[in-house]
Design a binder for this molecule. Structure first.
Ligand code: HEC
Length: 96
């Protein structure tokens, strides 16, 4: 069981940046409270559905760094590395 879990984790998160991005998305910033993103199992509907929006990398980075509408700026809340990882995660799970 444990072995299976580890294998599965490695398969899903071959890329450590994606893993950090998912952690930020789900835990640290809780983007999913407001956003729907199938890959992260989130169904928030306060902000746009990210699966449908398919935002560009620049758009995600801009929104996360500067805030947009009721969405706060995450600068100073998340580290630069976390901001990049969450943007990378959202971009790679929506723009396929
Ligand atoms: C409190 C709710 C809330 C949280 C938490 C939140 N957002 Fe948003 N987000 C919004 C809303 C609302 C909008 C639409 C703002 C507008 O267009 O006026 C938005 C817009 C966006 C956009 C689209 C920007 C654009 O240019 O259209 C992206 C991408 C995005 N959010 C990503 C994220 C990510 C990544 C996180 C986590 C770091 C996050 N959001 C956390 C509410 C939230």
């Amino acid at each position: 069981m444990i072995v299976l879990f580890i294998c599965k984790t490695n398969l899903t998160f071959a890329d450590p940046k994606l893993k950090l991005g998912l952690e930020v998305y789900n835990d640290k910033a809780q983007c999913g409270v407001c956003h729907t993103l199938k890959a992260a199992n989130s169904t928030g509907d306060i902000g746009p559905n990210l699966d449908q929006l398919k935002p560009s990398m620049a758009k995600i980075l801009y929104a996360v760094k500067n805030g947009i509408g009721v969405m706060q700026s995450w600068e100073g809340v998340l580290t630069e590395e976390e901001i990049e990882a969450v943007a990378y995660y959202v971009f790679n799970t929506t723009n396929k």
